[in-house]
Design a protein around this ligand. Structure first.
Ligand SMILES: Nc1ncnc2c1ncn2[C@@H]1O[C@H](COP(=O)(O)OP(=O)(O)OP(=O)(O)O)[C@@H](O)[C@H]1O
Ligand SMILES: [Mg+2]
Length: 207
């Protein structure tokens, strides 16, 4: 089920943020959205997620049988929110629970993703005690545990050192290899290098 964004325009008052933006995002691929700060990367992700209504244009999700409905999506927020009074493991398990697993299975699934993201040591630490970089990886692990067909990630490596960044990129690439549509807003050259496609939003010229 590709995602097709067609002729998307968004303005906030006088400020035109997106103008006739068109792109198709296919399964099993990772796309990096690149542009300087303020060029509408987060806004585009919000439009695809349905959080932001565009002034014009459409986002279509068409299944192989021709039906159109929005599939499950996970959103990895720029601010990496976690539940402060839940452990890292429980924060990640929530992702698996969202697709109907039992609590026992959710904890096992969480364990695997925590390990892959270098978080095994903080599994029992409360969300409020995690560092910024740990919270960011917990948010990625939660999204991986949810196994949604679409993953929208807003600067998922912003607070990370090189090693942790490598783990996050690895997780997002693995999700794309498993068939997900992964769309990442990023300022990070190393993330962009690993993407199947880069969309440079600052070079899109409107007629
Ligand atoms: N709800 C809103 N109301 C008014 N202006 C907004 C709103 N949301 C975003 N903007 C403005 O729209 C522009 C694009 O914002 P957006 O967050 O999409 O940029 P971005 O490319 O993600 O930037 P960054 O790299 O800093 O995250 C910015 O100038 C921002 O201030
Ligand atoms: Mg942004």
């Amino acid at each position: 089920m590709p995602v097709v964004a067609r002729d998307i325009s968004v303005a906030f008052g006088e400020r035109r943020v997106l103008t006739d933006f068109t792109a198709e995002f296919v399964e099993g691929s990772m796309t990096a959205l690149r542009a300087p700060s303020g060029f509408g990367k987060s806004t585009l992700l919000a439009v695809i997620a349905g959080h932001q209504k565009p002034d014009a244009g459409t986002v279509a999700f068409t299944a192989a049988d021709g039906t159109e409905h929005a599939p499950q999506m996970s959103w990895i927020d720029q601010a990496s929110p976690v539940f402060p009074h839940r452990t890292a493991a429980h924060n990640v398990a929530i992702g698996a629970l969202s697709r109907g697993t039992t609590w026992e299975d959710a904890l096992l699934i969480a364990e695997g993703h925590l390990e892959r993201l270098g978080l095994a040591e903080v599994r029992d630490r409360l969300g409020k005690r995690l560092s910024g970089g740990e919270r960011q990886r917990v948010a990625v692990a939660r999204s991986m545990a949810a196994e949604t067909p679409i993953i929208l990630a807003d600067e998922p490596t912003a607070s990370l050192d090189a090693a942790a960044r490598g783990l996050v990129i690895g997780a997002l690439c693995a999700a794309a290899d498993a068939g997900a549509i992964v769309i990442i807003a990023t300022h990070d050259d190393i993330v962009a290098e690993r993407a199947d496609r880069i969309i440079r939003m600052d070079r899109l010229v409107s007629a």
